[in-house]
Ligand binder design. Structure first.
Ligand SMILES: Cc1ncc(COP(=O)(O)O)c(C=O)c1O
Length: 345
């Protein structure tokens, strides 16, 4: 382990990245490079038109001391879906896996011991040619950035349900991991903070009555004993942690639902004692308790219970040690071998 003290998510970015270029015809062989040496033009589609999509996945050190990636193929597939929507060249799964495995091998010293943290990988796909005018990019870069970080601390968040601004509308980009979504979301985050809340809770763009997702998390509510999360209607990200929680809940025999959750339903359930815990999920934060939802009509306060701790621990176990029945953690060595085999096939 490197002597650098582990920091919270997003702060310590390693200099070594993995980088490949697409010339409009094909991907050229990727390589390790110093991040500072990569050319990024100010006069192209990424800076001007937001032609950029990305992923966020974590590598952990397992009990055997070896590194693994959590659900890397699901992240690779999601990046492909994001790319298609913005007319970016798709990154083949084998290339995505090769990039993650090669970078991980190069920065192995920075991967914390089991239980202490992870390396967050940020595969990023973007237009790299110059020229103004809205059109698909002609050249593209695919770069993976590495961020060693501490195990996410247990957090309790107060969310502000944004009544006016929207992050994503039907038919828009909300279902993909496009950089533009985060630009659209910044105003909501700042408005929430101005009101003394930690983060924004986005509502549906048409009526501002139903929950969508939080700033960088999917949301869950225990409603009438059913662990409920908003459906994937294209306006929110299909979180891989969300999917993992749904699977872990089903494994435990708990009732789950992917169904609309209105503020009115939450308020009524809260008044009738039918609202249990609420939490948010994401790769960076793992799982955080939502202790209040601020609205123009007054706060909604979920009921604390064991659910948050149960799922935090279940997720941590699944991410670090694996879970019988699923092949969620993929050893980095397997990933590298599969990538080499695919390349030579
Ligand atoms: C907007 C948004 N929603 C949800 C999530 C959770 O997705 P995942 O669990 O795949 O990290 C994220 C995190 O990347 C996000 O940025």
């Amino acid at each position: 382990m490197n002597s650098q003290t582990l920091q919270p998510f997003g702060q310590h970015l390693l200099s070594t990245v993995w980088h490949a270029e697409h010339d409009g015809q094909r991907w050229h062989a990727g390589r390790l490079a110093p991040r500072e040496a990569l050319p990024v033009t100010v006069a192209g589609g990424t800076v001007h038109y937001g032609l950029s999509v990305f992923e966020g996945l974590k590598a952990y050190r397992g009990a055997n001391g070896r590194p693994h990636l959590f659900r890397p193929r699901d992240h690779a597939r999601r990046l492909q879906q994001s790319a298609l929507r913005l007319a970016l060249p798709t990154v083949p799964e084998a290339l995505f896996l090769e990039a993650c495995a090669m970078l991980l091998a190069a920065v192995d010293d920075d991967l914390p011991p089991m239980g202490a943290g992870a390396i967050y990988l940020r595969p990023t796909l973007y237009a790299s040619d110059e020229g103004l005018g809205l059109r698909p990019g002609r050249r593209h870069g695919f770069t993976v950035i590495a961020n060693p970080c501490i195990d996410p601390p247990r957090k309790q968040l107060r969310l502000w349900a944004e009544p006016v601004m929207s992050r994503a509308a039907p038919g828009g980009l909300g279902g993909i991991k496009a950089a533009a979504n985060y630009a659209a979301g910044l105003g909501g985050l700042l408005a929430a903070r101005d009101r003394g809340y930690d983060d924004v809770l986005w509502l549906d763009a048409l009526t501002h009555t139903a929950l969508c997702e939080a700033g960088t998390m999917n949301v869950f509510a225990e409603l009438d004993g059913v662990l409920t999360t908003p459906p994937l209607d294209g306006t929110l990200l299909a979180g891989i942690t969300r999917d993992t929680v749904l699977a872990l809940a089903a494994q435990r025999g708990l009732a789950t639902a992917e169904a609309p959750i209105t503020l009115a339903a939450l308020r009524a359930a809260s008044a009738a004692g039918r609202l249990g815990a609420m939490f948010g999920t994401g790769t960076a934060c793992r799982l955080v308790e939502i202790v209040e939802i601020g609205t123009d009509q007054g706060p909604i306060v979920p009921t604390a219970g064991d659910t948050v701790e149960t799922f935090y621990q279940a997720l941590k176990q699944a991410q670090e040690a694996g879970d019988e029945g699923w092949n969620w953690p993929v050893p980095a060595s397997t990933v590298a071998t599969a990538a080499v085999e695919a390349a030579s096939a």
